[in-house]
Design a protein around this ligand. Structure first.
Ligand code: SF4
Ligand code: SF4
Length: 220
């Protein structure tokens, strides 16, 4: 290696010192003080959602646990108290735990859930000191009365990371409006975070936005 190549190497180093790429766009940030905005579909920490009336969406069916490839969900259902039900169904999620030492954030649990009870936020900045802390229980996963995720002391929430968390994206559209069969789309639903489908996910993949779904279509 000639001495010239040695200095050429430094030219690259000094060229990058201003944190700018060839395009001039700054691509580095002072993380964790400054977080870059995250994609809308990022799979982060889960939440267990509620309806507007405060009823829990989870019916304790255990479908999420059965599809989880990492075997990290533990659910136990129990019969609702008829006088004071927890969910609109016959049963509710009595115990609900997710082991985040195992979770790979594949979202299969979200796809499997028949009531859109389990969804994911955009938060992934949380850590644990031991195995017990890594297991989130129902008390921690269930949303607050305003429908938003709980901000737990060891989690680093920033603006926007709790947005649209009661929604999820279907890989396909097996139900709901026939216009969407076979098209990737957002599932409309009741509750915090409702928003319209993305522009490219309207009928026939046109640039039109999708039609408003009736409440019956939205929750099934
Ligand atoms: S995101 Fe995937 S790995 Fe994590 S709990 Fe859900 S199904 Fe299991
Ligand atoms: S989160 Fe959904 S799939 Fe899992 S037990 Fe509750 S209702 Fe069933």
């Amino acid at each position: 290696m000639s001495i010239l190549n040695f200095f050429k190497g430094f030219a690259v180093t000094f060229g990058k010192l201003n944190h700018a790429s060839k395009s001039g766009k700054v691509v580095t940030t002072e993380y964790p003080e400054e977080k870059r905005s995250k994609p809308a579909r990022l799979h982060g920490r889960h939440v267990l959602n509620k309806y507007e009336d405060g009823m829990e969406k989870c019916i304790g069916c255990e479908l999420c646990a059965s599809v989880c490839p990492a075997n990290c969900i533990y659910v136990r259902g129990a019969d609702n108290d008829l006088e004071n039900p927890t969910s609109p169904g016959e049963r509710f999620g009595f115990i609900y735990e997710i082991n985040y030492l195992r979770c790979i954030h594949c979202d299969l649990c979200v796809e499997a859930c028949p009531t859109q009870a389990i969804t994911e936020t955009k938060l992934f900045e949380f850590s644990f000191m031991d195995r017990e802390q890594a297991i989130y229980t129902k008390d921690e996963l269930v949303v607050a009365d305003d429908g938003k995720p709980q901000n737990l002391p060891w989690e680093d929430w920033r603006q926007g990371e709790d947005e649209h968390t009661s929604e999820w994206m279907r890989a396909t559209s097996p139900s709901g409006s026939a216009d969407f069969v076979g098209l990737v789309q957002w599932a409309g639903e009741l509750g915090y975070g409702t928003r319209k489908p993305e522009s490219s996910q309207g009928p026939n993949n046109s640039s039109e936005t999708a039609p408003e779904l009736s409440p019956e279509e939205e929750v099934h």
